[in-house]
Design a protein around this ligand. Structure first.
Ligand SMILES: Cc1ncc(COP(=O)(O)O)c(C=O)c1O
Length: 326
């Protein structure tokens, strides 16, 4: 049985057909799952994870949450919003130097009342332990949410998401063949895969890698595999996971994390102009470009149903306005 969660968002998120874009790609039926509409300070995939974390924070009687990410982290912005909602002090460890003015997600995290610590090159939670020690010394009861919210507890949010999708598909009498999405710290990917195996849904995941760097000496694929093994035991799945189950699609991340190129810009403009839906330049824009590349180059079976899982990230568009203006 899954642990309890604290209700923070709007679920189920809509599942829609992309009518105009499907006309441009007549060999495919294209759909979108709107996790950009989960609520919590402009939505995104992290709401699903945070519902589990916040329940745990309150259960453990903690008064302070710490987490970490890049300066434009959506995870940190949504964590700040969740903490504001339940009246918990929030500390964010964000990569880079303090800029003169705040923009995008950083601005929103600040407005949401988070205490922001700039950590230079460390954007993956390298300083969580020392901050926790300092706050403990100051008498705080601290709960640390890992980088990206990617541990087994966080990934349960996406096990739920598959149950939600399965119900929507049965209501719509629809079968989806492929799911594209952005994978960066691994919790979304592991949760979706565990959900597919636990709830029994016949669909192929296509996780698009956003960040070519792993964690320390681990690749992201290896980190996802660890979560799958842990989750497999939790759900008592009669399945031996291998690295193949955790594999990401590379090749769209070669410019590096957070470097916005013509590809992300093209993807954002394509969906915005054809359907009136906004992606973000770091995650969902890169993943959507990966999907368009698969469609344009016939890398998928024809006459199939393809779902893009929109994981949010809207505020980062304002930070990247220069790269997106031309
Ligand atoms: C908008 C957006 N999409 C996708 C992801 C990737 O999710 P995960 O970190 O669970 O791989 C993130 C992570 O921060 C994100 O902010």
């Amino acid at each position: 049985m899954l642990p309890k969660k604290y209700a923070l968002g709007f679920f189920p998120t809509p599942l829609e057909r992309l009518d105009n874009l499907s006309k441009k790609y007549p060999d495919y039926n294209l759909f979108i799952k709107r996790d950009d509409n989960t609520g919590l300070a402009s939505g995104g995939n992290k709401t699903r994870k945070l519902q589990y974390f916040i329940h745990d924070v309150l259960e453990q009687d903690c008064d302070t949450v710490i987490t970490a990410g890049a300066q434009q982290s959506n995870h940190c912005r949504q964590t700040a919003a969740a903490c504001a909602k339940v009246g918990i002090e929030c500390h964010l460890l964000l990569g880079g130097k303090r800029p003169k003015t705040y923009d995008g997600n950083l601005l929103l995290s600040h407005l949401l009342g988070a205490n922001i610590h700039f950590t230079g090159d460390n954007r993956k939670g390298e300083d969580l332990k020392s901050l926790k020690e300092d706050l403990n010394k100051a008498g705080k009861k601290v709960y640390d949410i890992p980088y990206g919210g990617s541990n087994l507890l966080g990934s349960f949010g996406f096990v739920d998401a598959i149950k939600e999708l399965k119900y929507q598909l049965s209501e719509m009498n629809l079968k989806i063949d492929y799911i594209f999405f952005a994978s960066s710290s691994g919790g979304t990917q592991a949760g979706l895969k565990l959900g597919i195996d636990f709830h029994g849904l016949d669909v192929k995941l296509i996780p698009i890698s956003i960040d070519k760097l792993g964690y320390g000496d681990m690749t992201l694929d290896e980190a996802v595999l660890e979560l799958l093994e842990e989750g497999g035991e939790f759900f008592e799945l009669k399945k031996q996971y291998s690295i193949k189950d955790a594999m990401l699609i590379r090749g769209y991340d070669s410019e590096g994390y957070g470097v916005v190129t013509i590809n992300e810009r093209k993807a954002i403009k394509t969906l915005a102009e054809s359907e009136g839906i906004l992606l973000d330049p770091v995650y969902s824009g890169r993943a959507f470009y990966g999907m368009l590349d698969h469609l344009n180059n016939s890398k998928l079976k024809k006459n199939t149903n393809v779902l893009f899982w929109h994981t949010g990230g809207l505020p980062a568009n304002f930070y990247y306005s220069e790269e997106l203006t031309c």
